[in-house]
Design a protein around this ligand. Sequence first.
Ligand SMILES: N[C@@H](CCC(=O)N[C@@H](CS)C(=O)NCC(=O)O)C(=O)O
Length: 79
Amino acid sequence: MQKLTLYHFDGCPYCQKVRNYMKQASITLPMKDTRAEPRNREELIKIGGKPQVPCLVIDGKALYESDDIIQWLKDNWKG
Ligand SMILES: N[C@@H](CCC(=O)N[C@@H](CS)C(=O)NCC(=O)O)C(=O)O
């Protein structure tokens, strides 16, 4: 099982799109809010090089872009 973490924040519509898909597909993931916790934002920059959210970190590798994250979950999520 891969280690997954979703970096996001509340008011981000692209994050909302990913969270909506997760809800619909009954997917729960560890989540890190980059606005509520500045150190999460710093952590994301270290991992992926930029603070853009949403970002799904898969075994330490950053996957940016909400559409790509949703597609990855469709292809890889085994529940
Ligand atoms: N095309 C991207 C757009 C993501 C995006 O623009 N996210 C904004 C927040 S809504 C962001 O991270 N901006 C940079 C920042 O807040 O530092 C996607 O679909 O994921």
